[in-house]
Design a protein around this ligand. Structure first.
Ligand code: FE
Ligand code: ZN
Length: 517
């Protein structure tokens, strides 16, 4: 059959419309509601999917071209890094522990973002957002791959990175980022988009990705800087998608506003809690600091996000209430988290240490209202004890917050000397929380959060030992058994940085690379 063509070449905009919008159709063999069963279940009302503004305006062929070009550049640099022993150029081997936290805690989230956007895209009956989700899904799998390839160069020489995927699903502190994404991906498609696309990518990404990447640049890790740059241009698209989904939902129906506001409140707090790990990394794990957590929070949250919420006010969106608490906590969380990891350094897959006297002075200057008063005395005491051969490891298990899964280490917003503690009874069982906001989230979705896989509870229930061990044997060592199950190698991956294999090897190899020995 012959078809008349105009013979005219299509412009980018038309071509884009044909390759994206033109692919959608109303199903006839099955009703649309059966083909797309999830996009109405959250109560979100969409009247006109065509009103969706595509944030990327990219066709697939253009997308592949851009991305493959970036890949070629990235892998050329990774090769050069490997061939020139780039790992010996970092400030000192303590820095590598930040990478361990990244590969075990963050990279698996990139993979979950891939799965989440692939799933979500499938569930939306509008073709514009479907294509946007598909591209982000492909970006995210590329991110996890490039991160694994880059960090594999460190894994050849240093401990703690050999089984990051296995650890991510099991290790106590990794349940914090893991549960964040599991929570999002097990929600409906619109909540996922608000949780990850908006709260995570748009509101908080500058507090997660940027500190790790600028930390890498400041500490001489060119491999990580390169994958960071390669992901950066994707990140710009992801942030646009995050903002677009919010505007779209709010413009479609006034009934969407309270639902969206609730999600923003919930996911801002979930994100803020998870960022505790980043705060600690910035203030304690980087030998050369970029800026303090508090400074990053002031710029990227209080200034930037403040402006964003002013913008969203015309849709009726208000700043989440939890922000007040987060502001009160900004002088404290990094110190409280590092103190916890230092005590539990036997059960972590990275090394811990106390800051040097100069580093403590830096902390005093960055935290004039809190460090000297609440944290320095404790840290100096621990330093002295370690120097005297009394390095102490806490072997008891902490109570965890049912929602964010962080040990109960946070203090009352108005009293930094008192641990914050909340509890709720639900169906005859008691649940514990680190804050009003985590309690609130639980009370709103108790049936979901009562199912949380809490590492400490699981250990006590005997679910975290290697198969075949007998917990009733007289010489049974529960910590050793849990570490085996985690695949943490005792004495190599954990304990103090001082005296570790990583410290000794780095010193020796760097000596060989820079001196005639
Ligand atoms: Fe990503
Ligand atoms: Zn919590």
């Amino acid at each position: 059959m012959d078809m008349k063509t105009s013979g005219r070449k299509l412009g980018l905009k038309e071509k884009y419309a044909h390759m994206t919008r033109g692919l959608g159709w109303e199903t006839t063999y099955q009703p649309m509601d059966k083909v797309f069963p999830y996009d109405k279940m959250e109560g979100i009302k969409i009247h006109d999917w065509e009103k969706w503004e595509d944030p990327f305006r990219l066709t697939m062929d253009a997308y592949w071209k851009y991305q493959s070009e970036k890949e070629r550049k990235l892998y050329a640099i990774i090769d050069a890094f490997a061939q020139n022993n780039g790992h010996l150029n970092v400030t000192d081997a303590r820095y590598i522990n930040a990478l361990k936290l990244f590969i075990t805690g963050v990279s698996p989230l990139e993979y979950m973002a891939h799965r989440g956007f692939a799933h979500t895209g499938r569930q939306l009956r509008g073709v514009g957002p479907r294509v946007a989700c598909q591209m982000q899904a492909i970006d995210e799998i590329r991110h996890v791959q490039t991160q694994i390839h880059t960090i594999s160069n460190y894994n050849k020489f240093y401990n703690g990175m050999h089984d990051f995927r296995h650890m991510h699903d099991r290790v106590w502190y990794l349940s914090v980022p893991k549960s964040f994404f599991d929570d999002a991906i097990s929600a409906g498609p619109f909540e996922f988009m608000v949780a990850i696309g908006f709260s995570f990518e748009y509101v908080l990404t500058n507090l997660l990705f940027v500190p790790f990447m600028s930390g890498a640049a400041f500490n001489g890790d060119m491999g990580t800087v390169t994958f960071g740059f390669s992901a950066q241009s994707d990140e710009a698209r992801h942030m646009t998608l995050g903002l677009e989904v919010i505007k779209f939902l709010l413009e479609q129906d006034p009934d969407n506003l309270p639902i969206v506001q609730k999600w923003i409140d919930k996911w801002t707090w979930r994100g803020v809690r998870m960022l505790t790990l980043v705060a600690m990394m910035m203030d304690y794990m980087l030998p050369k600091r970029v800026m303090s957590w508090r400074e990053a929070w002031d710029i990227y949250f209080e200034q930037n996000a403040g402006a964003l919420f002013k913008d969203l006010a015309r849709y009726g969106i208000t700043m989440p209430k939890c922000v007040e608490t987060a502001i009160k906590e900004k002088d404290h969380i990094s110190h409280q988290a590092w103190a916890t990891f230092y005590q539990y350094g036997a059960a972590a897959a990275f090394h811990t240490w106390m800051p040097t006297p100069e580093e403590m002075d830096w902390l005093s200057s960055k935290y004039p209202d809190s460090f000297d008063r609440y944290y320095r005395p404790r840290f100096e005491y621990w330093r002295e004890q370690e120097a005297a051969g009394n390095r102490f490891y806490n072997k008891t298990l902490p109570m965890l917050c049912q929602t964010c899964q962080i040990p109960m280490l946070f203090t009352e917003p108005d009293d930094p000397t008192k641990i914050a503690y909340r509890e709720t009874t639900y169906k005859g069982e008691k649940y514990h929380f680190c804050s009003d906001h985590c309690q609130h989230i639980f009370e709103d979705e108790s049936e979901k959060y009562m199912q949380s896989w809490l590492p400490v509870h699981q250990i006590y229930q005997g679910n975290c030992f290697p198969e075949g061990v007998d917990p009733t044997a007289p010489d049974f060592d529960p910590l050793a058994a849990v570490l085996q199950w985690y695949h943490i190698q005792f004495g190599a991956d954990n304990l103090s940085f001082e005296g570790s294999e990583d410290q000794k090897n780095f010193e020796q190899w760097r000596g060989m690379a820079t001196q005639n020995v």
